[in-house]
Design a protein around this ligand. Structure first.
Ligand SMILES: [Zn+2]
Ligand SMILES: [Zn+2]
Length: 262
């Protein structure tokens, strides 16, 4: 069985946990760890886990809201860190302390296993050194996570087609961003080709996917300044041609609770 939950989602910190289990054992990975150590531990407890339950952290990229606590958590709890060379270089350049941390460098295109979880990284256009996002699987069901992408690509569309669950960035509403209070350079960064996905582009990408197996769609990484949950939910529901209540949303404070793929 594959199940997943989020501890937090948004520019204040991102952390998702995925678990593959059978009758005898379970493997659990974090995708990113962008909260502080205390918050991460506290929120893990909220979903019924202890730090020792985590087998690995999969890092998407070096931005602080994704990687801020990766090495702290890994060092404190002896957890391996799977990361591209570029993301690692980005964190080292910021002076992040990696001593005593087990680093497993990954290729941005090569699938690998963390015990019972198969991991497929894939490349995305974003303003980081070597950003990836991930599809994780227990061999039967597949969960895709896609945030921090400026432009949907054909490669991304192919990788995300045929999934059983998708956590999809809905960062901002275009009108709210451009009429909002952010400085022009920041608006241009967020709205640019290496920034983030707005509700409309997320919906367009979703509509272009093979959605025949999708059982969970969850909007994620919503901006608290430049988006509203109801706008993101409505955009994704239109793309899925489903009730708005069927679409899940990940929040900064709560993330979301366990979702199962049996
Ligand atoms: Zn982010
Ligand atoms: Zn980012």
């Amino acid at each position: 069985m594959l199940r997943f939950a989020s501890l937090a989602s948004g520019s204040g910190g991102n952390c998702l946990v995925a678990e593959a289990s059978d009758a005898t054992c379970a493997t659990r990975v974090l995708v990113d760890c962008g909260l502080n150590l205390t918050d991460t531990e506290r929120r893990l407890a909220r979903v019924g886990l202890a730090p020792r339950d985590i087998d690995a952290i999969l890092v998407t990229h070096e931005h602080g809201d994704h990687a801020g606590c990766v090495f702290d958590f890994a060092a404190a709890h002896g957890v391996a860190v799977y990361i591209t060379h570029g993301s690692l270089a980005g964190l080292e350049a910021e002076g992040k302390q990696i001593e005593g941390v087990k680093i497993v460098p990954i290729s941005s295109r090569q699938a690998f296993f963390v015990d019972g979880i198969q991991v497929q990284p894939f490349t995305v256009p974003h303003d980081a050194r070597e950003p990836v996002q991930y599809v994780v699987s227990d061999g039967a069901a597949k969960l895709g996570v896609l945030t921090d992408i400026g432009t949907p690509t054909e490669h991304v569309r192919q990788v995300l087609s045929g999934l059983d669950a998708l956590v999809l960035e809905c960062n901002y509403d275009r009108d709210m961003l451009w009429s909002g209070a952010y400085p022009k350079w920041l608006k241009e960064r967020i709205g640019g080709p290496l920034g983030h996905l707005d509700n409309r582009d997320s919906a367009r990408l979703l509509a272009a996917l093979d959605r025949s197996r999708l059982k969970h769609v969850i909007g994620a990484h919503l901006s608290q300044q430049n988006n509203k949950p109801e706008l993101a939910r409505a955009a994704l529901a239109r793309a899925m041609n489903c009730e708005e209540s069927w679409i899940g949303l990940a929040t900064q404070d709560e993330g979301f609770g366990w979702r199962e793929l049996v």
